[in-house]
Design a protein around this ligand. Structure first.
Ligand code: ADP
Ligand code: MG
Length: 228
């Protein structure tokens, strides 16, 4: 069933220049993700997790190698095509939630749709309310982020990632700022959304305790994937 690749990373090298020193973040990394998968990328701090997620999300470019999303080589895309991909096909969730404090929960979730400039106010409202329902925050739609707990804030960020109906959601340490009970609930929620909405998930973590809850686990060490 899960035979169609959605992400293909081939022989990717990424080096950062830090003053005089070169930091080799990814060293010829290979990885394929399949449609509908729920995959965790686990590795120590500094192993290259964020670098890999940023390349897959078109937030950065590799020095060498190929990154393909839905069969398209991102190095051959125009800026406009990459921006389309970031705004429509891929959703992002971050460790620190990145909510906008002066916007209500409803408005935070609506923001990516406003940026798209495509849907009517009525259709936006329908999508936002569906996403709010998907993460169980109906009672909090008119609250501001500072009234919410960490777990609730991450639920808002999940709804904001979902609202554009992306094919792939990338999450960079989505549970790192949460206690372990809340972290487990967030991973279970992502998994439920993965199954219900058929969105492919790829999230990274350094927390081994989450591994029991995940379908596929990929390990990264020194910028390379270890054998699965
Ligand atoms: P992780 O997310 O697994 O902690 P990163 O992908 O952030 O790892 O980093 C991989 C390596 O690249 C680390 O050694 C880190 O210090 C280095 N690195 C990441 N981003 C930069 C940057 N912008 N400039 C210089 N070095 C960086
Ligand atoms: Mg990181």
């Amino acid at each position: 069933m899960n035979s169609q690749p959605i992400v293909k990373v081939q022989q990717v090298v990424k080096t950062y220049q830090l003053g005089e020193t070169e930091v080799k973040a990814l060293r010829g990394l290979n990885l394929t993700l399949f449609k509908g998968e729920f995959t965790a990328l686990i590795g120590a701090s500094g192993s290259g997790k964020s670098t890999l997620l940023n390349l897959i999300g078109c937030l950065d470019e590799p020095d060498q190698g190929v990154v393909e999303i839905e069969g398209h080589d991102i190095s051959k895309m125009s800026e406009q095509e990459k921006s389309h991909l970031r705004n429509r096909r891929v959703g992002f969730i971050f460790q620190s939630f990145n909510l906008i404090p002066v916007l209500s929960i409803f408005e935070n979730i609506e923001l990516p749709l406003i940026v798209q400039h495509e849907l009517s106010a009525e259709e936006r409202k329908r999508r936002v309310e569906q996403a709010i329902q998907d993460v169980g925050l109906e009672k909090f739609r008119d609250y501001f982020p500072n009234k919410l707990s960490g777990g609730q804030r991450q639920r808002v960020a999940i709804a904001r990632a979902l609202v554009t109906e992306p094919a792939l959601i990338l999450a960079d340490e989505p549970t790192a700022n949460l206690d372990s009970d809340t972290a487990h609930k967030i991973i279970d929620l992502l998994k439920e959304i993965n199954q219900r909405r058929h969105v492919t998930f790829f999230f990274c973590t350094h927390d081994e305790k989450l591994m029991g809850r995940v379908g596929r686990v990929v390990r990264i060490s020194d910028g390379q994937i270890e054998t699965e």
